[in-house]
Design a protein around this ligand. Structure first.
Ligand SMILES: Nc1ncnc2c1ncn2[C@@H]1O[C@H](COP(=O)(O)OP(=O)(O)OP(=O)(O)O)[C@@H](O)[C@H]1O
Ligand SMILES: [Mg+2]
Length: 357
């Protein structure tokens, strides 16, 4: 539905050129919920704005629904209002001098898809029901809570039944509880109308819970595209491993027999390509993949550890332990039966390690 090839974008600033996008390639399938995830300044908004036509790319092609909407090389640039797109941004950008009805009706009256007046009321009412604001048509937009304003913005974005929905951090102005609730609703709404969605966030938890696929970006480049499970369980490089979820990192060295020498002894794991014997590598393992036991179990790889700190999280406990002179975080389900200062045995599951050059 959306196809981006070799997208590049430079910004001229007083301090010289900023290379915001360094060659982005991605495809979003029909009805897919595709999330762009990355730290501040990595180029998420710029990518979205190029798709929307709010920003002109310097190189590369953007296709929407099989039609090229942007290609500087071919001299093609379709303006925003001619692209079949709905948008929701971080700042609600609803008009304060209008009531709810007028806000949502605006694209139907002013947009390219003008429809007969008698249908406007019905479409607006449908869109408001979808976001659970049915009956609030006459309410002034300023008399709404943050969550309600964001719903109005959502209703306004979908009222024209666009084929593509672009969302740029639409939940970041909401408090934590409302954000989680709206997250679930967003997903329900986009599913029920079957719209193709390109969604931007710097919040990895949001990306993992919302996306059919997640695209991790850094410094204007794509580092990994995959399902939330793939990105979480098999980060392809150190940056993704650091950015998505919690991870323990340990220095190691490649030994001659294809294993990694670490402070815990030799670790056997899939090695990155092109690694030389003797070269330094980084081992990574998630806190929830480590476990603590009172005593060593036969056959399991384990080392002695001492509990340094313990943080009770309700449904789990996060412990910091010292094992072979290395500090590691261990996440145990429930309330862990280990106290600070206590000695225990740390179990290192051999199939959970990742290695990065
Ligand atoms: N209008 C502009 N003029 C100059 N530089 C810009 C402009 N817009 C963006 N940039 C630069 O381009 C890069 C990418 O910016 P972009 O807004 O796409 O990042 P982002 O991933 O959306 O970040 P955030 O999470 O903070 O919103 C940054 O280095 C930014 O400073
Ligand atoms: Mg942004």
């Amino acid at each position: 539905m959306i196809r981006i090839r070799g997208l590049k974008k430079w910004f001229k600033t007083r301090h010289g050129q900023v290379e915001a996008l360094r060659g982005i390639d991605l495809e979003v399938g029909e009805r897919e919920f595709f999330v762009l995830l990355g730290p501040s300044g990595c180029g998420k908004t710029t990518t979205l704005r190029c798709v929307a036509g709010l920003e002109r790319a310097d190189q590369g092609e953007i296709e929407v629904g099989g039609t090229t909407v942007s290609s500087p090389e071919k001299g093609i640039y379709v303006p925003t209002e001619k692209r079949d797109i709905g948008m929701v941004f971080q700042s609600y950008a609803i008009w304060p001098h209008m009531n709810v009805f007028q806000n949502v009706a605006f694209p139907l009256i002013k947009g390219r898809r003008q429809i007969p007046r008698h249908q406007v009321a019905e479409k607006v009412s449908q869109a408001l029901k979808l976001v659970q604001l049915g009956g609030l048509e006459d309410r002034p937009a300023t008399d709404l809570s943050g969550g309600q304003q964001q719903r109005v913005a959502m209703a306004r974005a979908v009222v024209t039944e666009p084929t593509i929905l672009l969302m740029d951090e639409p939940l970041s102005n909401l408090d934590a509880r409302l954000r989680e609730q709206m997250r679930l609703e967003l997903r329900k709404i986009t599913r029920s109308i079957g719209v193709t969605t390109l969604y931007v966030t710097h919040d990895q938890a949001e990306a993992l819970s919302l996306g059919d696929r997640v695209c991790v970006m850094n410094e204007g480049e794509i580092l990994q595209i995959g399902s939330p499970q793939e990105v979480y369980s098999r980060p392809q490089n150190l940056f993704v491993a650091q950015f998505v979820g919690e991870m323990n990192f340990i220095r190691g060295r490649l030994s001659g027999d294809g294993q990694v020498e670490s402070p815990f002894g030799k670790v056997r794991c899939a090695l990155p390509q092109g690694c030389q014997r003797g070269s330094e590598v980084t081992l990574a393992i998630r806190p929830e993949h480590l476990t603590l036991q009172p005593r060593a179990a036969a056959g399991a790889a384990c080392v002695e550890a001492k509990v340094l700190t313990k943080n009770y999280l309700g449904d789990a406990a996060l412990l910091e332990v010292d094992a072979c002179g290395v500090n590691l975080r261990v996440k145990l389900a429930g309330d862990a039966a280990f106290a600070v200062g206590e000695k225990a045995v740390l179990v290192l599951p051999p199939d959970r390690w990742s290695v990065y050059a």
